[in-house]
Design a protein around this ligand. Sequence first.
Ligand SMILES: NC(=O)c1ccc[n+]([C@@H]2O[C@H](COP(=O)([O-])OP(=O)(O)OC[C@H]3O[C@@H](n4cnc5c(N)ncnc54)[C@H](O)[C@@H]3O)[C@@H](O)[C@H]2O)c1
Length: 386
Amino acid sequence: MNKVCIIGGCGHVGIPLGLAFASKGKDVTLVDVNPRAVEAISAGRLPFKEEGADALLKAHVGKNLHATSDVSVVKKQDVVVFVTGTPVDEHLNPKIHDVVKVLDAYLPLLNKRQLVILRSTIFPGVTRIVEERLKAKLGAANLAFCPERIVQGKGIEEIFNLPQLVSGVNKKAENAAAALFASIAPKIIRIKPEEAELAKLMTNAWRYLEFAIANQFYMMVEKQGLDFYRILEAMKDDYPRAKHFARAGLAAGPCLFKDTMQLSAFHSNEFFLGHSAMLVNEGLPNFLVSQLEAKMGSLKGKTIGIMGLAFKADNDDIRESLSFKVKKLLEMKMAEVLVTDEFVSGTMPLKKFMKEADGVILGVPHSAYRKLKVKKPFVDCWGCWR
Ligand SMILES: NC(=O)c1ccc[n+]([C@@H]2O[C@H](COP(=O)([O-])OP(=O)(O)OC[C@H]3O[C@@H](n4cnc5c(N)ncnc54)[C@H](O)[C@@H]3O)[C@@H](O)[C@H]2O)c1
């Protein structure tokens, strides 16, 4: 199993995975429909920030790692990994058709000797649907589901250190996937496809709920004019059971929210905790704007700056960032809105931003922002500028 191709290979999950396999001597091809990402990788450039990936890319690109939009390469592979996006639709239902459509497009290029691995975060039952489609077309399914669990931006470090959940639709596929991932992961945990699908969704939903608890408490406390972080620090001080209590913050990005909603759809939309978490996390932007209003009075005609547009600190990914919701809310208040983010092109330089803004909302605490002395009225739910 030396030749591995990754469909969706130039995305946030595909690149760390491809680099990890390449670093262990596999012959890796990243197949992607995004020509700009393919071009960047081929030229030895990352299309987005990914810690530690630069050196690996330079070491392997053009040697045992290639990127291409030419899907015909799939025919020559031993392993075909699918890691394209799995969003929810406008009614928050999983778009299962998207996964199936991608698979169908590649079916004519697959053969039954190849190991097919699903790595996207999928709705429970999708592995079995894909199994049926492979059997119908190829007469057999050599299929595994091995979910990705890295945290975005730190994939290279994590991929070599996290245990890998491995499941297969039969023992042959499970063993083949376990052997492949044993080359990069320190530990293989074997479970059934249905269990692996749920394990991944439950992990993300649990994380989303953790943030919701912190955000709910933040709003509860701050509304009374008290300081959430003074209480949080007191709670956590030498008290082991509160050690992992999350800080408040805009809980956004392409995974946690949509995977909580996938899990809810799986449970007939009766995942009440998940929906409550959504109300809390999605409601935080409104609370932040009201906090600023409490400090500044009406925001109409005032210039308000949002510092940080990415969905998480020290990252350049703006997908599903709640800073954009803050921006819309401020515009509804008829404020003039400025945005700055050192990692997002087209935003205002920090110095000019600080000079022009009458008030500031911290959208995301990039390292460079944490030590700033902000002398204007501000709202910082992350607890950096206290
Ligand atoms: N981003 C993360 O940190 C993370 C972590 C764990 C799991 N996941 C899951 O992994 C999956 C992918 O997420 P992502 O963040 O890497 O998405 P992404 O959008 O960064 O990457 C997906 C890539 O697939 C490509 N693509 C789309 N259709 C294609 C096709 N037909 N053929 C070839 N390429 C195609 C896109 O151009 C894109 O480069 C999702 O299910 C997500 O939930 C993501």
